[in-house]
Design a protein around this ligand. Structure first.
Ligand SMILES: Cc1cc2nc3c(=O)[nH]c(=O)nc-3n(C[C@H](O)[C@H](O)[C@H](O)COP(=O)(O)OP(=O)(O)OC[C@H]3O[C@@H](n4cnc5c(N)ncnc54)[C@H](O)[C@@H]3O)c2cc1C
Ligand code: SF4
Ligand code: SF4
Length: 616
């Protein structure tokens, strides 16, 4: 017998690896609306199976914990509300005494569950069922449930397959009047739990939308319903305000959008660079919205109590959607030197066609979010000799999407991780000379699980530069609205889930000014919610419908099949111009991708529990 063998995985090990992958996919595809107690029991069973069995708390304790949760689910005679503290004590004992992370983390998971969904445990014990909120979720179609605006994804996917692109756009517009914008830059939360994950990878939902808008031609908007004689003011012409305006106009109300800047679009024009969202593509959606009968007044700043009061008096209802357009200060010495600017200032001047002069300059961008990537890539296109992105945490902790980070690096931006800005050095004339940074170490995790940066106790470093751009977050200029009496919480306008403002009838708010900086589709969804509730407030119940017939679901292709990814222009070529960087699918790719959809509107729980909402 040999003394040492080369390690090779046997058949059983390979099969188990395969099972892990299947399990991963199944977890990713867990649809919203599952019973959290049931999920906890299933996870615990998996954790127990991972136990090496050496320490008693893990080997025996996890089994006991599982029995207790099963009792809650199986309505055992012994179960009572006292079972909950018993579960807690057992989990705490395992957490504090298990030898390794298999036991402690399993116990922690149960403890987190007791905080997060205690009422679900109680409901099972007292009423032998899931809480009403879970019952109400109805196991909907995953992608539709996770698109904040509830766009009918399987419906438009099937229409794309049939080549009915204009119908696909009509169907999307029922819930989202920005099909083109979302086709190009939506962060597609709809894909996160796509059931196709069970087989291989999520359907490229945004890519299919893109194929539809690239091939639909001009698609007329629905006819305006009968005139109601009511009029509504929208303050702010970004995606949220324009979405509310579109639906309210179709419902027959007279709608005017009051916009501070010279052009409509909000951050779609004054934030997102045109290499990701070309102006003419944005204008396509804006023109469609205006064609529904929306009036606009640009260059109209609603900025004091007097003009808010006048506006309210002149209109039957008001929707505030002013977004988040102020910048946050860096809070370091030298930040008022010449050459230091904020991301919002820079993008705003580009939105008004005034390009900053970065030719041959060394630019440093501070921040790790999508906005930081956008300004870095824009600076490169404006001729900067070098662009460095300085971030105080690690690349893995950045909030920017991985594609955006990769895109920035591919275009020649340099990523400097774990560097905390310390001070800005300037010359006698007050011009920026360098950014000084303190090296950091990734330390203990914060409650969200991201390691907090801590001083690495290394020498400060000097990054020579001419321009420093701070992309460290945006705030909301709500001062005049607060003076008018609108509640403001930590700088954000306070509105309830229906977009209404407490104690101020007829005034509604939504989008980034309520949530803080978020995403386009969240802002659109807020505009849709506001439109429905403003309509009800005005005494109506108009139904937004779409008469497009959705193709029947046929036989499914359930064989594993690659996901079609959208391609980019070559980094070397695209990095120096503002032309669009992403390329759409070919017809063949679009058809294959559409076929990958499992039509959860027809098969599985979604079809009979969630179903399709033909009107809203
Ligand atoms: C650089 C950047 C890149 C982004 N990239 C993406 C992306 O790729 N995908 C994504 O989903 N999201 C992205 N976002 C976020 C997205 O753009 C916003 O979440 C969205 O635009 C918010 O919509 P909104 O209508 O609430 O506000 P905004 O779009 O900010 O619109 C508010 C409007 O109100 C106007 N206004 C403000 N004050 C007044 C006043 N007093 N009187 C009259 N009008 C006023 C403003 O001028 C503006 O037009 C990005 C944001 C930025 C800054
Ligand atoms: S709008 Fe965005 S979230 Fe909704 S279906 Fe389209 S890509 Fe998905
Ligand atoms: S398979 Fe189709 S219907 Fe099901 S979640 Fe994915 S995109 Fe939606």
């Amino acid at each position: 017998m040999s003394r040492l063998d080369i390690k090779t995985r046997d058949r059983a090990q390979r099969a188990v690896e395969g099972l892990y992958k299947d399990l991963e996919r199944r977890i990713i595809a867990s649809p919203p609306g599952q019973c959290p107690v049931d999920m906890a029991a299933s996870f615990l069973k998996l954790c127990h199976a991972q136990s090496c069995g050496k320490c008693v708390p893990c080997r025996v304790g996890l089994g006991q914990l599982l029995n207790l949760i099963d009792e809650v689910l199986d309505l055992s005679e012994d179960v009572s509300l006292d079972t909950i503290p018993l579960i807690q004590r057992t989990a705490e004992a395992i957490r504090d005494s298990a030898d390794c992370a298999i036991g402690t983390e399993a116990a922690n998971m149960v403890l987190r569950g007791l905080i997060g969904f205690r009422e679900d445990y109680e409901e099972h014990i007292v009423r032998h069922r899931c809480t009403e909120s879970i019952q109400k979720l109805k196991q909907p179609v995953p992608c539709v449930a996770l698109c904040p605006a509830g766009v009918d994804v399987p419906g438009y996917g099937a229409l794309v397959y049939e080549g009915r692109y204009a119908d696909a756009v009509k169907l999307i517009r029922k819930d989202n009047p920005f099909p083109t914008v979302c086709a190009l830059i939506c962060e597609h939360p709809c894909e996160a739990r796509c059931k196709r994950n069970l087989i291989d990878a999520p359907v490229n939902i945004r890519g299919l939308k893109r194929y539809a808008v690239d091939h639909c031609g001009t698609v007329p908007v629905p006819e305006k319903m009968d005139d109601t004689g009511k009029n509504v003011a929208i303050i702010g012409g970004g995606p949220s305000g324009l979405s509310a305006a579109y639906y309210l106009a179709i419902m027959g109300h007279k709608v005017t959008v009051y916009e501070k800047r010279n052009h409509l679009g909000g951050m779609l024009r004054y934030g997102i660079p045109s290499y990701r969202l070309p102006r003419e593509r944005l204008q396509f959606d804006i023109d469609a919205i205006l064609s529904a009968g929306v009036a606009m007044e640009t260059g109209y700043d609603i900025n004091d109590v007097k003009n808010i009061t006048e506006l309210r008096e002149k209109h039957d209802a008001v929707y505030i959607s002013i977004g988040a357009h102020t910048h946050k200060e860096i809070g370091i010495e030298g930040e008022y030197s010449r050459g230091v600017l904020s991301a919002v200032e820079m993008l705003r001047s580009i939105g008004d066609d005034t390009m900053p002069d970065f030719l041959g300059k060394a630019v440093v961008v501070i921040g790790g979010g999508n906005v930081a990537m956008d300004v870095a890539r824009t600076a490169k296109r404006l001729g900067a000799s070098e662009v460095s992105i300085v971030y105080r945490r690690r690349r893995d902790d950045m909030t920017a999407l991985p594609d955006e980070i990769e895109g920035a690096i591919a275009e020649g931006c340099q990523l400097l991780q774990l560097k905390a800005p310390a001070r800005i050095e300037s010359d006698e004339a007050g011009e920026v000379k360098a950014l000084w940074v303190k090296p950091q170490i990734a330390g203990e995790a914060d409650p969200s699980g991201r390691p907090k940066p801590a001083d690495a106790q290394a020498q400060p470093e000097r990054i020579p530069c001419h321009i420093i751009i701070a992309a460290i977050g945006q705030g909301i200029d709500a001062k005049s609205f607060e003076k008018y009496g609108i509640p403001v919480n930590r700088g954000n306008i306070k509105a309830d889930a229906s977009s209404g403002i407490e104690n101020i009838l007829g005034v509604f708010a939504g989008g980034d000014c309520v949530t803080g900086p978020s995403t386009v589709i969240n802002a659109i969804a807020a505009g849709k919610v506001a439109a429905a509730n403003i309509d009800t407030y005005l005494g109506y119940h108009h139904a937004i419908e779409c008469d497009v017939e959705i193709p029947e679901a046929g036989s499914l292709d359930k064989k594993p099949c690659g996901r079609v990814e959208l391609k980019m222009r070559y980094a070397g070529e695209r990095g120096s111009d503002f032309e669009e960087i992403e390329q759409g699918m070919t017809e063949e790719e679009a058809k294959q991708e559409a076929m990958r959809c499992l039509r959860c509107d027809h098969f599985g729980l979604g079809s009979f529990k969630g179903g399709r909402e033909l009107q809203w």
